[in-house]
Ligand binder design. Structure first.
Ligand SMILES: Nc1ncnc2c1ncn2[C@@H]1O[C@H](COP(=O)(O)OP(=O)(O)O)[C@@H](O)[C@H]1O
Ligand SMILES: [Mg+2]
Length: 255
């Protein structure tokens, strides 16, 4: 059985279908890129993986169980808007990232020392040791986003969900973040789902690229049908048939 198994999942809001018949099997450790037009349900899909909402039909299994409703150390999440706490320093943000698992306030000396050691390790990994005692507002966008990812990683997630994580970054910082993510993947067996509106990025980082689109379309009522996975591209060899996809889905292209 696959690590993540999505079987005939539908989602509707107020009777309007957003997603329909979504089926996908994902092996542990895979990097799954997700692309699709704005509003087609990509974030909705991530929220269901995160158990922030339940599908109106169908089933999602992660490692054989339902996605956990409680905050879960196995899941980490980074959204485009930085999820860091402005009133905490960089180091404190990483400690907070461990969340309920360590319930920091109630930790004994030994456990607290361990949590601090882990925070130092993460600081080094995300290259922010030199700003550990600063507040997020004093960091560049790229550094803030590295912190957000570091925070998600502090809980040692088995699944990392990234919702357009680099959308707000300039091209140089973006490239740096690609390198950072690639390094992290080499070091862990994390399974990653990343929504991106940049096809090239999706193919560069992903082992697979899933395209969400509406296979059925009623011109009189565009909201009648939901989107599903219309393509599941193998991107593991770095081969980039994305020009073909760009031709087919101009809305996914730059600008
Ligand atoms: N909680 C909600 N209640 C009602 N409609 C929603 C809710 N969340 C998302 N939607 C709608 O569902 C559609 C898909 O949204 P979303 O998953 O955010 O798309 P994407 O991430 O692909 O841009 C949009 O039309 C959005 O307005
Ligand atoms: Mg979205």
């Amino acid at each position: 059985m696959s690590f993540v198994s999505v079987t005939d999942v539908w989602q509707s809001y107020g009777g309007r279908p957003i997603l329909e018949r979504v089926n996908v099997e994902v092996e542990e450790g895979a990097f799954i890129s997700i692309v699709g037009a704005s509003g087609c349900g990509k974030s909705t899909f991530l929220r269901m993986l995160l158990a922030e909402e339940l599908p109106s039909r169908g089933a999602i299994r992660i490692d054989g169980g339902a996605p956990a409703v409680e905050p879960n150390p196995e899941r980490g999440v980074v959204f485009q808007r930085y999820s860091v706490f402005p009133h905490l320093t960089v180091r404190e943000n990483l400690l907070a990232g461990e969340g309920f698992r360590t319930a920091l306030g109630r930790l004994g000396g030994g456990a607290r020392r361990e949590a601090l050691a882990r925070a130092e390790e993460t600081l080094a990994r995300i290259g922010l040791n030199h700003v550990a005692d600063q507040y997020p507002a004093s960091l560049s966008g790229g550094m803030q986003q590295r912190l957000a990812i570091g925070q998600a990683l502090a809980a040692k997630p088995r699944v990392l969900l990234l919702d357009e994580p680099f959308g707000a970054l300039d091209p140089g910082t973006r490239l740096q973040m690609h390198g950072f993510l690639t390094e992290l993947r080499a070091e862990t067996r994390m399974t990653v789902f990343m929504v991106s509106h940049d096809l090239e990025e999706a193919f560069k980082l992903g082992d697979r690229v899933l395209v969400f689109d509406k296979p059925r379309w009623d011109p009189d009522d565009p909201g009648l049908y939901g989107a599903t996975i219309t393509y599941d591209f193998d991107a593991s060899d770095g081969g980039m048939p994305f020009q073909r996809i760009l031709d087919r889905y101009p809305s996914l292209g730059p600008g």
